[in-house]
Write a protein that binds this ligand. Sequence first.
Ligand SMILES: Nc1ncnc2c1ncn2[C@@H]1O[C@H](COP(=O)(O)OP(=O)(O)O)[C@@H](O)[C@H]1O
Ligand SMILES: [Mg+2]
Length: 187
Amino acid sequence: MCGSYPKKDWQHRLVVMRNCIKSAKRMLTQQAMLTGEIKPKRASVKLGLLVTRATRGVLPDKAMLKLKSSAEQLRISADPNLMEQAFRELATNAVKAMKERIIDLSVSASIRNSEAVIYVRDNGPGIPWEHRERVFEPYVSFGEPWGGLGLTTVRRIMEAHGGSISLGKSKSGAKFIIRIPLKGNKK
Ligand SMILES: Nc1ncnc2c1ncn2[C@@H]1O[C@H](COP(=O)(O)OP(=O)(O)O)[C@@H](O)[C@H]1O
Ligand SMILES: [Mg+2]
């Protein structure tokens, strides 16, 4: 879940412990999000900054984060902590799906009908189209037996902002489409 103790030095143990605490915190937050009401504390935030922060420490060194200028400069009205968590879940999933290959995560955006439309793509194996709704259901995981709350959490966060997330059709890799109204909670 958060690492093992192959080395005996205390520094390495500290890193493993820190990862354990992070994982536990994440699981607690996911559980809370599943049952409790989410009340976003909105601020005007740059999407580029959110994504950069969310992927820090998640993407391996060799990974490529392609932040298209359309996404980098886009400002949305959103809760920075919640949004960061949502993008962290998406990046974590992409990393897990990649296994040995070098990950290529790209984020682009456009504005349509007073909504920010954000595309998050990776170069992994993708998600079978027939699972496009199931993957957002709680405890549906094709990986970890105790997992399956990541995409549920992301969907709950987007909906709390009056937005949505769905799987997009893609020839290769996974493609998520996020819609966030540009102003206020309601569309
Ligand atoms: N980027 C992705 N590439 C391939 N499969 C993915 C990706 N994101 C999610 N999935 C699939 O969706 C499932 C559900 O994801 P999630 O809700 O985050 O749960 P978990 O990561 O705990 O399995 C994953 O088990 C995985 O099979
Ligand atoms: Mg996940």
